[in-house]
Design a protein around this ligand. Structure first.
Ligand code: F6R
Length: 608
């Protein structure tokens, strides 16, 4: 949540870069935007409520002098979206400029204390206490680096902070973090800092990680990192990022979401190329544990639920699934050092998941992480990490990262199955072969359903409410289909086990009410037919996702999406979810919404 960028370079103005970088960060929040630069010892400020391009049209974000600057795109936590609440925030004299991602828990006490001392605070944000605290320390004679260090001793909560000041003799950005991401980028004569890699990806692939409890000073010549605890210098090797700048562009697609749906076959293919020993080691950790607990949120939670079925039927291991946000309340208390937690998070930064993992570590349990972002926070807490290979995902609604989570879980289930011997080696071999074909099947599923999804959205865009039903592993598929529709097309969409549907949700159904069935040709099929009949008897309009040869189910449905070939049951989510992703995308378009930037949502949720 909230995108942060800072840049300091030897020559030339940074404003046009900051503007472009903020556009690449907009998926982190888009209710307001702000930039400051420093030139000739003076702070230049432009900030306003609204999306970046709207603000740019009004204020011209490219036209600001100075070779050092910071910028921010906001997802509001404290205070409504407004010009005054937009970052950056300043001290009393407009000499110190701060952007922040996270939440300062003790801001009310600090505000009261600062006001008492005569500071004038203009916004409702928690962030604004930071420049005023720094101001006091600098007035006492500390330089910016020292003043930020002292400030971190006063603030409680989670933060990534990027600061600059006109009072520094050398052009310098100071940044620090605790609980929220910051990465540093380097190239000759330029240093970058951002909440996300894609912000500076077109300029450099050389990244240096900044960890919690560290502070960095960035000049055009280089970077110095220190540990806050003991002021010792940290010497850290840089990392070469394999993502390309092109991957973070729309490449001719109207939206990132559509591009990312189309990139799914490639993303799966790349993830299936993960080295065998990487997967085997994770499987070994799981195999040697007494219990397996899967933790995740949102779409990653749906991957976990599908993964649970894969583990059960291929390896005879039935993990407990728990939402990471609820884990500290119940399951955590039962954990022991003999257990293993599998934490799934594409961003690697979701605070609910990270904080659950910290609890898990306290009880001595082993943590295996599945994430898509190299160097993300989860990789530092986990004992072992599987890095999925989706490349950068910019659309706020997760699509290709969901696919690669499923692919990684499938590999893990197969490897675990080899260790447990729950099914015959020949069955594992058959499933492995199927998995290798999955990218092509996904690709064909996109081609045969995209136009249909567009047309169906044209017919159904005025339906306010949808029910999504499935059985077994298809409940996870139904859940993901409903979540996509909810988050980008703003429909009321509820997913249920089809078995459970007659115990309550069926009361919603009346003439023409849309019910979406995920109905692969697996052992659940005949019971699903029963559920379709029940819904039809009440006048429901049936949309089903079925195998292409399933004439019977087709004849029972008003609309069908078809899957080109017979699939291995446990892996069906990977294929059957695709038409539902496309349907949601075209529903959002038809209703006039931007699918890449759903209201109230942000790509990575870094508050509890
Ligand atoms: C849905 C979506 C969210 C995320 C959730 C967890 O499209 O994007 O529900 O899945 O916020 O995010 P990660 O996987 O980054 O932990």
């Amino acid at each position: 949540m909230c995108g942060i960028i800072g840049v300091v370079q030897k020559h030339g103005d940074v404003a046009p870069f900051l503007h472009q970088a903020l556009k690449r960060l907009e998926y982190r929040g888009y209710d307001s935007v702000g930039v400051t630069t420093i030139a000739a010892g003076r702070l230049y400020i432009k900030k306003e409520k609204g999306k970046i391009e709207e603000v740019h049209r009004r204020l011209n974000l490219d036209d600001m002098p100075g070779s050092i600057g910071i910028g921010h795109t906001r997802w509001a936590t404290h205070g409504i979206p407004s010009m005054l609440n937009a970052h950056p925030h300043f001290d009393c004299n407009n000499e110190i400029s701060v952007v922040h991602n996270g939440v300062i828990d003790n801001f009310l006490e600090l505000r009261a204390e600062l006001k008492e001392k005569g500071h004038v605070l203009k916004s409702e944000t928690d962030t604004e206490v930071i420049p005023h605290l720094i101001e006091d320390y600098m007035r006492d004679g500390l330089n910016l680096f020292q003043a930020v260090k002292e400030t971190t001793k006063r603030i409680e909560g989670t933060y990534a902070i990027v600061v600059m000041s006109t009072r520094e003799e050398v052009s310098r950005i100071v940044c620090t973090r605790d609980g929220n991401p910051l990465v540093i980028g380097r190239k000759e004569d330029v240093s970058y800092v951002s909440s996300d890699i894609p912000a500076f990806l077109p300029m450099t692939n050389d990244m240096i990680l900044l960890l919690d409890g560290e502070i960095a000073s960035l000049t055009a010549d280089g970077v110095r990192i220190e540990k806050l605890a003991d002021n010792s210098e940290v010497k850290r090797e840089g990392i070469k990022i394999s993502w390309t700048a092109d991957q973070a562009q729309k490449s001719g697609y109207p939206h990132f979401m559509l591009k990312e749906i189309h990139e799914q076959p490639e993303a799966i293919k790349n993830t299936l190329r993960l080295r065998d020993d990487v997967i085997r080691e994770a499987a070994r950790i799981i195999h040697s544990s007494k219990r397996v607990i899967m933790l995740a949120m949102g779409t990653s939670g749906h991957a976990a639920q599908a993964g649970r079925h894969m583990f059960a039927s291929i390896a005879g291991v039935l993990p407990v699934f728990e939402l990471a946000s609820d884990f500290p309340d119940t399951v955590y208390r039962t954990l022991t050092r003999n257990d293993c937690v599998i934490a799934i998070t594409q961003s690697g930064e979701t605070t609910d998941t990270i904080s659950a993992v910290k609890y898990a570590k306290e009880s001595g349990a082993k943590v295996v992480a599945i994430t898509n972002v190299v160097g993300s926070s989860i990789t530092r807490y986990a004992d072992y990490t599987i890095l999925t290979q989706a490349g950068p995902e910019i659309g706020v609604a997760a699509t290709k990262t969901f696919m690669v989570q499923l692919a990684a879980l499938a590999l893990l289930a197969l490897s675990l199955g080899e260790l447990t011997g729950f099914v015959d080696a020949s069955v594992i071999e058959r499933k492995r072969k199927f998995l290798q074909r999955a990218p092509d099947i996904v690709s064909e599923t996109i081609s045969r359903n995209e136009e249909l999804a567009r047309r169906l959205a044209g017919q159904m865009y005025d339906k306010p409410s949808f029910l999504f039903l499935g059985r077994g592993v298809s409940i996870a598929t139904a859940e993901e289909g409903a979540l996509k529709l909810k988050e980008i097309a703003y429909n009321h969409a509820e997913a249920y086990s089809a078995g459970e549907s007659k115990h309550g949700p069926i009361a919603l159904v009346q003439e023409d009410y849309p019910v979406v069935f995920v109905a692969p040709n697996d052992e659940t099929r005949s019971r699903i037919i029963g559920n379709i009949m029940e819904m039809k008897a009440r006048g429901a309009s049936i949309v089903s996702v079925i195998s292409k040869d399933d004439k019977e189910l087709a004849s029972l449905s008003n609309h069908v999406f078809t899957i080109p070939e017979q699939i291995e049951a446990e892996f069906s989510t990977m294929i059957f979810v695709v038409p539902l992703q496309l349907f949601s995308y075209y529903m959002a378009l038809k209703k006039g919404y931007d699918p890449d930037k759903p209201r109230n949502l942000a790509k990575s949720v870094t508050v509890l």
